[in-house]
Design a protein around this ligand. Structure first.
Ligand code: HEM
Length: 490
């Protein structure tokens, strides 16, 4: 049978097919679009029930490497479901800056992991780094600024300079030249004294057993908070960590006891108008305003004293890099020797190579930005980010990208120098940015500059025969027993 098809039917049929195609294509596009504001949903890989996308992070020693790979495969904003937590991985300088700065006020919360709650007295809002944004956090940051960012050549700056010099002298006195030794406990104790003296005007004998115990406890907790656990995303796994968390919890109680008995002492009960150190300012605020409780103040004080673990562990990593880099050490020593005097933090601006070395170590460690959380529905690079989404801002990629750095795996301080001056590229964001940026970066730079210069003024650091100097990447913490070094007198 032959069908007769008139020209009119062909036109009508064509119009019908085109209309169907248009509707179908629109529907397809709408799968990736929000109806209200036209934002696209971020691409997302295939996921499994319960674990979601957690399998995609398996097999990576640095989880952020997985995030870089996901970025290459799916684009700069990728949606993931990690267990029961909705997440987004953000790659690329422009997008990370959008999250940190342009829309920093949309992404200023932190994840609500049960582990964080347990580590901070049952309430993560007690923590400076893991709390959500609030008036209290603004107040805590404002009160800290004066002490953690001392302006050059002020009294606070000179006092810190003095403390660093005293600590360096003690470190040198504990070094046994030409013998392989662990220096981490020595560095940590002396960093702790810089911190207790700077923030609370209190120093301790480095052989004081209680003080040593406090330093060890802080280091243990620092290691703990720097670990990522599958249980953060799959809470049904938490019982497996119960014992360890109870152990850590008891360490926090020991620390509290030490802080109250040995650091605060009778200071709280003495009425004084002098607002000398950070502890004084906390006590005064608690007594004169209702916006800060003594409990919150104590947690903040402990957090900031605990910052010494970050500096101490960083210094050990820095020495581990340098043990293999005799040429870098020689260049730092040339800057030191040109001074013909003991070097102090006041020499920083005229020792750019030494400063560049510190930046290079910070870059290579590629410590992650503490995850942010969206406090409202928002967007990054035109992609919808739902309220309560955890954001992984991949600064690992910014620090290690072959597209941004020459030979990124190599230790080359020169990359931070131009015409003998320090240059930091915009994509170098090791301390995050915006309203939740690191409160300790200046102290890190000052203390590590002072201690490193003093060690290298007096010694050359050599590797110990039995030690591998593979510096762990993607975390600031080191295990308790770590690298050994030989210090050869100059
Ligand atoms: C090499 C050492 C360090 C590195 C690489 C580092 C890096 C970071 C990063 C990436 C963040 C998150 C920033 C963001 O979300 O935008 C952060 C937060 C923070 N850091 Fe550091 N940090 C270091 C040492 C320190 C030290 C020594 C202290 C204390 C004196 C400190 C205090 C803090 C605090 C209080 C926060 C939380 C700020 C907030 O959430 O409002 N950090 N740090």
């Amino acid at each position: 049978m032959i069908f007769f098809v008139s020209p009119l039917s062909i036109v009508l049929l064509s119009v019908f097919i085109v209309a169907v195609l248009i509707i179908f294509c629109k529907k397809l596009r709408n799968v990736n679009k929000l109806p209200v504001d036209g934002l696209q949903k971020p691409p997302t890989p295939f996921k499994f029930p319960i674990i979601g996308h957690m399998h995609l992070l398996a097999g990576y020693s640095v989880p952020y490497e997985a995030f870089s790979n996901l970025g290459r495969k799916y684009g700069n904003v990728v949606k993931l479901q990690l267990g029961n937590v909705k997440c987004v991985v953000v790659n690329g300088q422009k997008n990370i800056r959008e999250a940190l700065i342009t829309k920093g006020h949309h992404f200023d919360s932190r994840p609500n992991f049960e582990r964080y709650q347990m580590l901070f007295g049952g309430n993560k809002e007690n923590s400076l780094a893991f709390c959500d944004w609030s008036d209290t956090q603004k107040l805590r940051r404002d009160m800290l600024k004066v002490h953690t960012f001392p302006r050059s050549f002020t009294n606070t700056y000179y006092s810190l300079d003095n403390l660093i010099q005293q600590a360096s002298t003690l470190i040198k006195s504990e070094i046994t030249p030409n013998k392989s030794m662990e220096i981490k406990p020595i560095i940590l104790k002396n960093c702790a004294n810089i911190f207790t003296a700077h923030f609370c005007s209190k120093t301790f004998s480095v052989s004081d057993e209680k003080f040593i115990r406090m330093v060890e406890n802080f280091d243990d907790i620092f290691y703990e908070v720097n670990q990522g656990y599958a249980a953060d995303f799959l809470p049904f796994l938490m019982p497996f960590h119960k014992k360890n968390l109870e152990r850590i919890n008891s360490l926090t109680h020991e620390i509290r006891e030490f802080i109250l008995d040995e650091v605060v002492g009778s200071k709280f009960n003495v009425d004084t108008d002098v607002e000398g150190d950070y502890l004084d300012s906390l006590i005064k605020r608690v007594k004169t305003n209702s916006d800060l409780t003594w409990e919150t103040a104590l947690f903040a004080l402990e957090d900031i004293i605990g910052g010494h673990s970050a500096v101490g562990n960083f210094l050990i990593k820095l020495l581990a890099y340098l043990a293999k880099e005799s040429e870098v050490q020689a260049k730092i020593q040339a800057e030191i020797d040109a001074k013909e005097k003991p070097v102090t933090i006041c020499d920083r601006s005229s020792m750019p190579y030494t400063e560049a070395t510190i930046f290079e170590a910070v870059r290579l460690i590629a410590s992650p930005i503490v995850p942010r959380v969206a406090n409202q529905n928002s967007s990054i690079n035109g992609y919808e980010i739902e309220k309560d989404t955890v954001l992984f801002l991949n600064n690992y990629d910014l620090s290690m990208s072959k597209a941004l750095w020459n030979d990124p795996a190599k230790f080359k301080p020169e990359r931070f120098l131009k015409n003998g001056k320090i240059v930091k590229p915009d994509y170098f964001l090791p301390f995050g940015g915006g309203r939740r940026s690191c409160m300790g970066y200046k102290i890190v730079q000052l203390v590590s500059f002072g201690i490193l210069s003093d060690i290298l003024q007096n010694y050359t650091v050599l590797p110990d025969d039995g030690t591998s100097y593979e510096v762990p990447v993607g975390s600031l913490a080191l295990p308790k027993n770590t690298f050994k070094f030989k210090f050869i007198s100059r």
